[in-house]
Each structure stands twice: as structure tokens, then as C-alpha cells.
Design a protein. Sequence first.
Length: 118
Amino acid sequence: QVQLVESGGGLVQPGGSLRLSCAASGSIFSINDMGWYRQAPGKQRELVTTITSGGSTYYADSVKGRFTISRDNDKNTVYLQMNSLKPEDTAVYYCNAHIYSRIWKFYWGQGTQVTVSS
């Protein structure tokens, strides 16, 4: 059984920073792409950023220059460093990973709340 467990969310003032972590555990043979999505109240879930196993990254225009994704392949963990946070970044952030256990499958974390407010 594969699980993704996120941590690091919370309440932060505008302009502040947070770092999210997502650790994959279980019977894992390989991990391909990992990424972060977010869903604000009343809105659809949207892609924020992804990183390949080789380290290539993609960022949504709304977070370019402010967010940085990274991963530690030895720890099966992906990170999201969020700087210069804005109220519109408020959302539940979900980790996603393409993992080979018995088959290739996309897995989701449980979500972590990020609230940007003064």
C-alpha cells in the first residue's frame, strides 16, 4: 500500500513563506513525476508545479518566481518552498506522484491547508 503524507501547511501573513513536504511510503519501486496541486474554496483543483525524476520543473504562471519545487529521491519526498505568499494562494494543497508499485499509478496526498491572511 502506497501513501503520500503531506506536512507544513498553516496560517501565514501576506509576504510570508511556508515550506510543504510530501513523503511517499510503502511498497515503492520507482517514482516518476511528482507535483503539487491546489484547490481554493469554490474553485477547481489546479496544477501548481511538477518535477520529473531528473529534476526538470514546470510552474504555473501564477507562482513563477515565488514557489520552488524540489525532491529528494533517496527519501521519496517532494518539497514546495513558497515565498512572497499572497491571499490568492490560500487553498488546500495536494501532493501528487506517479509511482510504480505493482503497476504505474497516480497517488494523491490527503491535502494540507495553506491560509494567507493578515
